[in-house]
Design a protein around this ligand. Structure first.
Ligand code: HEM
Length: 401
């Protein structure tokens, strides 16, 4: 038996405190989110993994999307996202999901990702070369954002001049803008990607990732134009909204924990393995993407009825004290394996190897060049983005040294 809990309006500013209370009460609660959506929120680790994999839970937005309106407590309901952008893997169940994932996995090989390392290092070095000791900068703006967006634009063969447009559209789509703002951003993005996909399809195939994806042919199967547009959209948004905030959140955690910063400065060879701890402690995705129950499902001692929106807080699961000792503390030497920052099950992040590579390169170069960087604002004054999906700061002011 659970009661309906209204999450505080400032939930996104300190979700961990709210999660601690909810998790102590039970594995899942019926809540009203700050912008009025009623959903079931999973905060415990074991139940999060069940919710992410149970076949009674669906991600099919075409069938379950109407539940957003049904469970909204506001009259001002967010409209459906542009259909051309919606037929991507994160909105589908097997067998459709299986088909798309197989086609993209063929083009997104581990080899192709590892081959990108020198280029990622070059992009990071170019960004760092523009910065000087003593500068006070927003680290998100000058480093954490341009690195992944440059990488993903190059992967997709998109001119970098368009990156500010993407940032704007993507921000609108993931935040609580007005329906008009969301619609405009979606149609602008869809229009741009349609032109891009058509141009690549008409050009001679080449060895780049996106050309391989457009021209991929798996026993006669290939992606339709609509599927390619959705796929490009998903890769573009997933490819930068997350990594930028992993870098930002990690640097903030380090600056707030100087002893841990010192460990990585003394032993930079620990940085690749420490990536898992940064993902666990303050991963860039709070609540995983849309899911709903097709049938009733038991999570611990709670039964969530059918036709309910099921939200899994990955950052809450990753701080479950039953799973990780001193779960709220940063320990760059701990083994944080098993965290769910990249999700779990069939939708496990496809870009995880690329994200890990980018993070490793970013932190290694940043700490090597500016080992004495400090926060240029009181931590309490930093604001978090108004999104239940993205856990990321608006700005990260630092003084470089
Ligand atoms: C730190 C960086 C990243 C984090 C924390 C992250 C996290 C996630 C999570 C949690 C999911 C599953 C969501 C759910 O089940 O609701 C996911 C899926 C996905 N991610 Fe990432 N991601 C990151 C970077 C990337 C990058 C760089 C790319 C691509 C270039 C990418 C592409 C994808 C795709 C395509 C899916 C959908 C997979 C599917 O549905 O089968 N991600 N990611």
């Amino acid at each position: 038996m659970t009661t309906l809990t209204r999450l505080p309006d400032d939930y996104v500013q300190n979700p961990h405190a709210v999660h601690d209370l909810l998790r102590a009460e039970g594995p899942v609660q019926e809540v009203i989110l700050p912008h009025g959506l009623k959903a079931w929120l999973v905060t415990r680790y074991d139940e999060a993994k069940i919710a992410l994999t149970d076949p009674r839970v669906s991600k099919n937005i075409q069938e379950g999307g109407h539940l957003m309106a049904k469970h909204s407590t506001q009259t001002h309901v967010r409209r459906e996202v542009e259909p051309t952008l919606a037929v991507h893997m994160l909105n589908l169940d097997p067998p459709h999901h299986t088909r798309l994932r197989k086609l993209v996995t063929k083009a997104f090989t581990a080899r192709r990702i590892e081959l990108m390392r020198p280029r990622v290092q070059e992009i990071a070095a170019e960004l760092i070369a523009k910065l000087n000791d003593g500068d006070e900068v927003d680290l998100l703006e000058v480093f954490a954002f341009p690195l992944p967006i440059t990488v993903i634009c190059e992967l997709l063969g998109i001119p970098i001049d368009n990156r500010d447009d993407f940032r704007e559209w993507s921000n609108q789509l993931l935040s609580f803008g007005t329906p008009e703002q969301v619609e405009l951003a979606a149609s602008s993005m869809a229009g741009f990607l349609f032109q891009h996909v058509t141009a690549i399809a008409e050009a001679e195939p080449n060895d780049t990732f996106f050309s391989a994806l457009v021209h991929t042919d798996d026993s006669g199967d290939r992606l339709s134009t609509e599927e390619l547009i959705s796929m490009a959209f998903l890769l573009l948004v997933a490819g930068h909204e997350t990594t930028v905030n992993l870098i930002g959140n990690a640097v903030l955690s380090l600056l707030r924990n100087p002893d841990q910063l010192q460990v990585l400065k003394d032993r930079p060879e620990l940085i690749p393995a420490s990536t898992e701890e940064f993902l666990r402690l303050e991963g860039p995705i709070n609540v995983a993407t849309f899911r709903y129950t097709k049938e009733p499902i038991e999570l611990g001692d709670v039964t969530v009825p059918a036709d309910e929106i099921l939200m899994v807080s990955l950052i809450a699961a990753n701080r479950d004290p039953q799973r990780y000792e001193n779960a709220d503390q940063l320990d760059v030497t701990r083994s944080a394996q098993g965290h769910v920052a990249f999700g779990h099950g069939i939708h496990f992040c496809l870009g995880a190897p690329l994200a890990r590579l980018e993070f490793d390169v970013a932190l290694t170069q940043l700490l090597a060049r500016f080992p004495n960087l400090t926060l240029a604002a009181e931590p309490e004054t930093l604001g978090w983005r108004d999104s239940t999906l993205i856990r990321g700061l608006h700005t990260l002011p630092v003084r470089l040294a």
